[in-house]
Each structure stands twice: as structure tokens, then as C-alpha cells.
Design a protein around this ligand. Sequence first.
Ligand code: SMG
Ligand code: MG
Length: 373
Amino acid sequence: MRIQSLRLHRLNMPLVRAFETSFGRQTVRDVLLVQIETDAGEGWGECVAGADPVYSAEYVDGCQHVIEHHLAPALVAASRSSEAGIIAEDLESLFAFVIGHRMAKAAIEAAVLDAQLRAAGLSFGTYLGATRAEVDCGVSVGIADSIDELLAEVAEYVDEGYRRIKLKIRPGWDLSPVRAVRNLIGARMLLQVDANTAYTVADIDHLRRLDEFDLVLIEQPFVEDNIRDHVTLAHAIDTPVCLDESITTVGVAIDAIERDATSIVNIKPGRVGGYIEAVRIHDACVLRDVRVWCGGMLETGIGRAANVALAGLPGFRLPGDTSASARYYAEDLTEPFVLVDGRLRVPTGPGNGVEVRRDLVAAWATRPVLLVR
Ligand code: SMG
Ligand code: MG
């Protein structure tokens, strides 16, 4: 494919309800979209980075900068000088000169994949290897102002049919909310927690008290570069430990699994540099009989479409943070994803299988479109 240009779109989308985690409270999503134009047609990708570098080192202004000044010029130049043109499989080596910046790279990869799969008439699901037509969905529930408000929110999601509840926790908001929610939803409903690195190894005795709630997993209790303390926790606690922020490459995933730091893996394509690396991590986990599930970054329909396709792969044996559009946004940037019997359908159309609502992308823009060619 010849890549003629990249356009970067920035827009704000208010969340239907504030989302609070151990690292902060978010009421709006600052969305960066990559639109590429090629000789075979166009493609769209969504960047998952947040407005501030608080979930990871990446943040949306940084992603935009590195795309504008480093990745996009390299992509356009390589496309111009290469006989065969560029496809998504070329990007890893093409972008290797930029260290890290996986969320920025993943946004471009998604756009290139969308364009090349549309041109080939293939869906993301078929390309990635999805074996399911629909995927089980969970919902991630933020820290609330009170236990009563938390219970009201969880009850709503249970009524809507979500198949798993994930509670955000932090020191001071853990045992009591988890106990209250477990009492509300009963013993059989899947329940898990996510600390987003808010604890330290000194909290292990406290975290062991979560064992009585029969959780599916505890996600990322300690800082991302500390694999060793997760090993210590995993040996001390019955609840399975699951890494999110720590898992940045297939190599790190294998290392963490083989050291016993994680027995279930959260896969987020944005965090690991794209869908191709996400499938590698999936495959490495399947080989080691480690279950995986698809994480979420409050994506719009553009990112969600591809995530749902990924979640259709056979190793995704737990419900993902792949919730319906209505859990996040009053109006989505694509046709809405609707929960039916606790599941979302994997799009079957070419590319990501959804249509971008350009009117909304333009109407909600916070900056002029930036063109690189
Ligand atoms: O997309 O439903 C979603 C959000 C899921 O909890 C979620 N994501 O650490 O897993 C996580 C968080 C990080 C995102 S905070 C913006
Ligand atoms: Mg997480």
C-alpha cells in the first residue's frame, strides 16, 4: 500500500459518568484519531493514551507529538521509497528507531490495518484469528463517593446483563466496597478488582483479606516495573494475580508468567504497541495455559470494534472490559455497540467493520486537523 497522508484528529467526548481510579477522576475523554489515506483506500485508528501520564508514561499530547514528528514522517517516507509499499506487518521494524511510545505506534498500526483489510475485504476478526462471533462482556466500575452509590451503579450494570464486575480499588477503598458488592451480586457472579499500582509489598497481609471474596483476579496491585513484588504476592495470596500495566511486550509477558508474577493476563493492544503484538501475547499465553482477557481504555467505537474482534480469539476465556457504547458515551463515533445477553457482536465487515461518523469527529474537534504527508 502507498500511504499518501496521515491526518490527526483531536476531539473531546464527555463520559456519561465520571470514572475514578486510584490515579484520578476522569469526566471527559481527550481522543486522538489517526486517519490514513492510501492508494487502496483509507483507514482509521484510535490512540488509547489518556490526557495525563498517570496510567502510563504515555499521554495524548505526547502521542500526537511523536506521531507528528517521528512516526508519521518515517511512515510516509518509507512508503514513498519502498517498491512494494507498506503494510501493518512492516511497522514494527520501521518504527523500531523510536523507543517505547507503544500507544502512539498502536494507533498508526490500527489505521494501517484498517485500510489494508478493507482493501482485501477481510475483517479484523478474520485477520486476527477470532473464533467467536460474539464476546462476553464485563464492566469496570470506578471508585464511588459512597458504598450506596457504588451499589446502585453495580445493580444497574447487573440488570443490563454484564457478565462480570470489576471494581477499582485503592488503599481505603477495598475490603468494604468489595464485601458490599459481593453481598449484592451473590456468590456466583464473576467479580474482580483493579488497583492500578496503588499498593506496595507492605500491603500483602491486607491484600490477602481479599481472598474471602472469591475474586477472579486482582489486577496490577504494584508499580509496573516491579515484577518481583508481584511474584511475592502471587505466592502469598489465593486470588490470582493479573498484570495490566506491566505487560508491554510478549517478552515481558513470558518472563512474568514464567516467574509466577501473573497467572492471568490483561491484553490491551494500545499498551503493547498494537494488535499484532497483542496476538503474539495471546498465543504465548495459550501455549502456557494462561487465560487472557481484553482490557479497555474507554475507547470509542473505533477502538472498541477492533478490541471486540481481538476478544474473539480462543484464549480470551474471561469477559473483557469491552462494554457497550452506552456505558461510556451518550453518542459514539460509530454505530453503537449494544449489549445483547451480556455480549457484543464481533463486527464482520471489512477492516474494523464500523463507519466513522465524520460529522461528529468534526463537530467535537478541539484542534484543527493536522496533516502529515
Ligand atoms: O474501557 O471500560 C474501559 C475501562 C476499563 O478499567 C479500565 N481501564 O487499568 O484497566 C485499567 C483501566 C485503565 C483505563 S483508565 C482511563
Ligand atoms: Mg487495569
